[in-house]
Design a protein around this ligand. Sequence first.
Ligand SMILES: Cc1cc2nc3c(=O)[nH]c(=O)nc-3n(C[C@H](O)[C@H](O)[C@H](O)COP(=O)(O)OP(=O)(O)OC[C@H]3O[C@@H](n4cnc5c(N)ncnc54)[C@H](O)[C@@H]3O)c2cc1C
Length: 290
Amino acid sequence: MKNPPFHYHRPATLDEALALLAEFGDDGKILAGGQSLLPVMALRLGPPAHVIDIGTLEELKSIEVSDTAVTIGAMVRHAEAEHSAEVAEYTPLVAAALPHVGHRAIRNRGTVVGSIAHADSAAEMPAVCLATSATMHLASAEGTRNVAAPDFFQGFFTTAIEPNEILTGVSFPAWGPTTSGTVVEVSRRHGDYAMCGVACALDVADNVINGAALAFFSVASTPVRIAEAENVLLGQAPSEATYQAAADVVTDTLEPEGDIHATAAYRLHLAGVLTRRGLAEAHDRIGVPA
Ligand SMILES: Cc1cc2nc3c(=O)[nH]c(=O)nc-3n(C[C@H](O)[C@H](O)[C@H](O)COP(=O)(O)OP(=O)(O)OC[C@H]3O[C@@H](n4cnc5c(N)ncnc54)[C@H](O)[C@@H]3O)c2cc1C
């Protein structure tokens, strides 16, 4: 289906983009890679009157590494982050998630930040943000602010982004050599959205688990982190029995929703299996370049 008519704007600077958003409010939408916005518009699901294309804004195209974080700008495409040595070294869970995001052609156009802004609860990156305790950077004509991942994802396709704001980037804490992670999921075909998935992280030193994160996607209206299962892992030695104990807590705690893609019972079953599989894989990845 063709897109409905709309006004196209291509600002030359971030300030210009923010001024346009301030002018149009709810009638304006940011266009990044267009891999979700354009299908949504073609389907007439609330098409915006004004599309503001940020694709040429150089200030949003960098991956910056500091002692504490890796910050990915709003116009960094999935493929660029996927092949970044810095992302692989300092935030390996992001690197592990990216090959699961759609297909190569989608990753060549779509952006990491666009995926976070879109906030599909079946998408990988929002769960990775939750598992890593990422920070979102927002800007408007009035100023800037930062929002922590748990406060950012608020419901189905709903985030803390106000209509006059642009998500300019996302910072993932830089991990040391004792921490790694992985994303495991079940989908009908590779590249499809998952029926259930989990972003797992483990910090293991001297055969003791000192940190753990389990953030599930495609189970509810937002990604869901299960602290009860993470706590079961802390202070334990990594082993099949430990992972099984965490998986048991997951299946006792998680209340997934059913839909046309999978029943609630099937999702719950997958969540338990993926917890065991993900934790074992996360452990295997510690100290191994992503
Ligand atoms: C066939 C297909 C399969 C897919 N499979 C998957 C999958 O398995 N997993 C997955 O996670 N995704 C999947 N996707 C979705 C897609 O990968 C992402 O949603 C997409 O990459 C989002 O980034 P984008 O730059 O294309 O965003 P756009 O499409 O440009 O924007 C998406 C939304 O976010 C808003 N937005 C974008 N950037 C900003 C910003 N900086 N500030 C404020 N708002 C912003 C837009 O206004 C729009 O509402 C699939 C898409 C297709 C077409």
